[in-house]
Write a protein that binds this ligand. Structure first.
Ligand code: FAD
Ligand code: SF4
Length: 476
């Protein structure tokens, strides 16, 4: 392979010393010249493995070819054919374990920077004020309710609206976007990008009804009996798991959900925001995924002193994206590997003052394939802490599942579906995203929503019409 093809163009980024003082984005994006040169590295494989690695099957070689020719708008529209949220995915998708992992250039050098190029093209489109949606079909006369405005709900809404159906999204919070708004911080995903995607959906007729927790404000049954012919459930997995150790109720011990919602959705980092947030001099964060890293890096940015991530395995097993771990290291986040908390310590005012941890070693692989952490007897030690953030995973909120009769769920609360269609056990009700898989990724939620949207369209056009014909024949 020629030397110039082996290495990718680095994306410039803001220096760590500067970026830890604000919430502005860390990477700065490619210039047009960077994008053309990087796209030109693609050798246009006849049997492109990269496409196989993409959960929504974007025609990556054609996208790269258009970029290479400087046809940026067309390249972005190529992305939009398969991916409704490319500016989001270009920033947060784990490309290194998807399309880029499969790219043949990765065998002898670095794979094409497909994610960085996706971000470039999507930003190019947005900055020109183009929505990039193809023509929507003529109105079908059917209406679909979408529950939850996260990546799954937004994708299903876009697909169904393009097919000509009337779409209304019911969202429990006051802003749409799901984790994209309340979980992932501004410095990884500027909120304006999410809102631009929402405005695009509104421009093709999608209606958003906010502050509507389905299961409380209205039930799935009522939606189906009322104005809707089908329902898609995309309510995610937003219920935090806790450690279940003594002292967890002390003031200053928070779930990552609460912490990140305050900082991101309620913009507690902004001095103008009325929402307060605890600032620790010594913050500890428990967990090894993106949620733990986002919490730690946010804690640093709101003015926290020393921030330490405590993880029970080693850096290699951390589920967070490598680029994010690297950014956190550059920013001065401390890592305490092979360690797990056993109890929180409190002061006489009922506030957390420290945490007792125990050292771990790695044993045999567990069901996840990763080596199981095993406590080392007698190795307990204490660490001072005035803020503790628990980021050890989430599970589905049971509000919709517990109020929908006949809806089959897994023992852990996830909705059971037919994977080929997203259909649940209730006719006309479909589901996708984290509410089905448990906490996963943005692109997986979007891929599942696309499958469900196609199945809903088929259901509406075939079964509903047949039912209508039967009713007519019966004179009802
Ligand atoms: P969600 O995004 O959770 O959206 C569900 C929506 O439904 C929410 O808006 C919620 O308010 C709403 N809702 C819930 N119950 C109801 C109800 N009863 N009525 C009405 N509305 C309701 N993935 C990546 O690919 N890359 C990353 O870098 C990444 N980082 C992450 C960082 C954090 C902090 C978190 C928490 C997750 C991260 N993820 C990441 C995972 C990813 O965000 C999720 O897999 C994805 O958002 C799932 O989409 P969803 O639409 O299924 O659910
Ligand atoms: Fe291009 Fe890599 Fe895909 Fe081949 S695998 S078409 S080189 S991006």
């Amino acid at each position: 392979m020629p030397e110039d093809r082996k290495k990718r163009r680095e994306m410039p980024q803001r220096p760590a010393s500067e970026r830890t003082r604000d919430f502005k984005e860390v990477p700065l994006g490619y210039t047009s010249e960077d994008a053309r040169c990087e796209a030109a590295r693609c050798i246009g494989c006849k049997n492109p493995q990269c496409v196989e690695g993409c959960p929504v099957l974007i025609d990556i070689p054609e996208f790269l070819h258009l970029l290479c020719e400087g046809r940026f708008l067309e390249a972005a529209l190529k992305l939009k054919e398969e991916n409704a949220l490319p500016a989001v995915c270009g920033r947060v998708c784990p490309q290194e374990t998807q399309c880029e992992e499969k790219c043949v250039l990765g065998r002898k050098g670095e794979p094409v920077a497909i994610g960085a190029l996706e971000r470039f093209a999507a930003d190019f489109l947005r900055e020109r004020g183009e929505a990039g949606f193809p023509e929507t079909s003529s109105p079908s006369g059917f209406a679909v309710a979408i529950i939850g405005a996260g990546p799954a709900g937004l994708t299903a809404a876009g697909e169904l609206a393009k097919m000509g159906h009337r779409v209304v999204v019911f969202e429990a919070l006051h802003e749409p976007g799901g984790v994209l708004m309340y979980g992932i911080p501004e410095f990884r995903l500027p909120k304006e990008i999410v809102m631009a995607e929402v405005r695009d959906l509104e421009s093709i007729g999608v209606e958003f009804r906010m502050d509507m927790p389905v299961g409380k404000a209205v039930t799935v049954e009522e939606l189906l009996e009322g104005e809707f012919d089908a329902v898609f459930i995309g309510t995610g997995a937003g219920l935090p798991r806790f450690l279940g150790i003594p002292g967890e109720n002390l003031a200053g011990v928070l779930s990552a959900n609460e912490y990140l919602t305050r900082v991101n959705l309620m913009r507690a980092w902004d001095p103008e925001s009325p929402t307060p947030v605890l600032v620790g001099e010594k913050t500890v964060v428990f967990g090894g995924g993106n949620v733990a890293l986002d919490s730690a890096r946010s804690a640093l940015r709101v003015g926290g002193g020393e921030v330490t991530i405590i993880y029970r395995r080693t850096r290699v097993e951390m589920p967070a994206r490598d680029a994010e771990i690297h950014h956190a290291e550059e920013e001065g986040i401390r890592f305490e590997f092979l360690s797990a908390p056993t109890r929180f310590l409190g002061d006489d005012r009922g506030a957390v003052s420290g945490v007792e941890c125990i050292r771990m070693e790695l044993g045999e692989p567990d069901e996840s394939g990763r080596r199981r952490p095993v406590p080392i007897e007698g190795s307990e030690y204490e660490m001072p802490a005035d803020l503790a953030i628990v980021a050890i995973g989430n599970r589905p909120n049971p509000l919709v599942t517990s109020t929908t009769e006949g809806l089959e769920v897994e023992s852990w609360g996830g909705i059971i579906i037919d994977p080929d269609t997203g259909a649940t056990s209730v006719p006309g009700v479909y589901a996708g995203g984290d509410i089905v898989t448990g906490a996963a990724t943005v692109i997986e939620a979007m891929g599942a929503a696309k499958i469900a949207a196609e199945a809903i369209d088929r259901y509406l056009r075939k079964e509903k019409q047949a039912a209508g014909a039967c009713r007519e024949a019966a004179g009802k």
